[in-house]
Design a protein around this ligand. Structure first.
Ligand SMILES: Cc1cc2nc3c(=O)[nH]c(=O)nc-3n(C[C@H](O)[C@H](O)[C@H](O)COP(=O)(O)OP(=O)(O)OC[C@H]3O[C@@H](n4cnc5c(N)ncnc54)[C@H](O)[C@@H]3O)c2cc1C
Length: 408
């Protein structure tokens, strides 16, 4: 018996391995990952870790001894190919590992800034602990910081810099922050928050080059010719899925490794989970790009790891978890339940300090964005999961009992 081989030792791959053992899988189990560190959480990299509020040990998903204690063989290596006929995975050191079932949990990598000078010293990305360490030490000496992209990671980072009293300018091509992920109302609230904290945000702006002096970044040139002095640049313009292994093995890919509702690829001996997998879900109904999605969130990575482990230990069920996500930007907590899209209608519910934006698509509740309203978020998750009917008038009425609807 060759057992189960997991490629990618991040949030999803580690969860699958841990859940396999918790579900009673007793066969050989190997976790292959190219990063040096034991499996760790990424969200604090752009928040508490960068701000010095937690150290590398505080990021670990489980104690360092977990894999050894649960007979999970950890192998530090990059997987370079899959032989589906022989059921073997090739590693970059020339060795290969056999499998009965292969789990691809390879995640994503940062999208590169496609302009001259993007490879200068002082231009950073943020996805791995190594990158966070590089950024953290660069921050010690940085005075003028430019962030390219007002998405979650760029804004998390801008908030950390502003809290340290550093000058930060965020360059964003769209006309609002987090435009792909949230409603105009939530964008506006976070724009106000960041600007009030001292962050400058330039909208409708593009980067045409990064200028250097003595091999280091010195300025960022915008598409309109303006030049922003910079000694540290963070590029946060999204990610691309690590799908090359699957693609080269002849498995369908389409902005992600394509899987069915049970997270299986076209090859029944290979499954894919996490940020790099594109899967069908009822929560994507009515989205402009069809009913298959690729979701970049801890919830999705963890729930898919668990769902797959259950199938591989004899308890198959279609993956049907409600998508949810959070982002801490300075003191503000954004929580999102469901899958909104830019065309969805918005209804604002305001009570106390925070607010929630209820989004409706084709007359049905599609997503709820809550800012400092954790009770709304928890209720929304249950309402969306159960497919309960909620009208826009009920959503807007602060006296309407969301919790009662959620638990009915
Ligand atoms: C800075 C940052 C902040 C974030 N903040 C939040 C947040 O606030 N809330 C939230 O919900 N989510 C957040 N996320 C997203 C969340 O961390 C991801 O959704 C989650 O890590 C996805 O898990 P994954 O296992 O699919 O991918 P990853 O965790 O990226 O793991 C994939 C692993 O596979 C490895 N790998 C890839 N190819 C190979 C190969 N060929 N051979 C061997 N190893 C390979 C990679 O090196 C990597 O270690 C954040 C992400 C980042 C980077």
């Amino acid at each position: 018996m060759s057992g189960i081989l997991v490629v990618g030792a991040g949030q999803a791959g580690f969860q699958a391995a841990a859940s396999l053992r918790e579900s009673g899988f007793a066969g050989p189990l190997t976790l292959v990952g190219e990063e040096a560190q034991p499996p760790y959480q990424r969200p604090p990299l752009s928040k508490a870790y960068l701000a010095g509020k937690t150290d590398a040990r505080g990021l670990l998903l489980r104690q360092e001894t977990f894999c050894a204690e649960h007979a999970i063989t950890r192998r530090r290596a990059r997987a370079t190919g899959i032989d589906r006929t022989e059921r073997r995975v090739r590693l970059e050191d020339g060795q290969s590992l056999a499998y009965d079932h292969l789990i691809l949990a390879t995640g994503t990598r940062n999208r590169a800034l496609p302009v001259p000078g993007a490879d200068l010293a002082g231009v950073h990305g943020l996805r791995t602990l190594d990158e966070a360490d590089a950024l953290k030490s660069a921050l010690e000496h940085a005075r003028q910081i430019v962030v390219v992209g007002a998405g979650f990671i760029g804004l998390d980072f801008a908030a950390v810099c502003a809290a340290r009293g550093l000058s930060v300018t965020v360059i964003e091509a769209a006309d609002r922050v987090m435009a792909r992920a949230v409603s105009p109302e939530t964008s506006a609230a976070f724009r106000d928050f960041h600007e009030a904290s001292g962050v400058t945000i330039l909208f409708g702006a593009g980067v045409s080059a990064v200028e250097g002096a003595d091999g280091r970044v010195a300025a960022v040139t915008l598409a309109d010719g303006k030049s922003l002095p910079a000694d540290l640049v963070l590029v946060g313009i999204g990610v691309v899925p690590n799908q090359e292994l699957a693609e080269a093995a002849g498995l369908p890919v389409h902005d992600g490794i394509v899987v069915d509702a049970f997270l299986a690829t076209a090859d029944p001996a290979i499954s894919a989970i996490g940020d790099g997998a594109r899967f069908p879900t009822r929560f994507a109904a009515g989205l402009p790009h069809g009913d298959r999605v690729r979701i970049e969130s801890v919830q999705n990575a963890v729930d898919q790891g668990r769902c797959l482990a259950a199938r591989l230990t004899g308890r198959p069920s279609a993956y049907d978890a409600v998508p949810w996500f959070w982002s801490d930007q300075g003191p503000r907590k954004l929580q999102i339940a469901g899958l909104g899209s830019p065309g969805d209608a918005s209804v604002l519910r305001r009570a106390g300090a925070g607010f929630s934006v209820f989004r409706f698509r084709d007359g049905r509740l599609s997503a709820v964005e809550s800012v400092d309203r954790p009770a709304d978020h928890m209720a929304a998750r249950r309402i969306i999961a159960a497919g309960r009917s909620l009208t826009p008038d009920q959503a807007a009425d602060p006296a309407f009992d969301l919790k009662a609807l959620a638990t009915a």
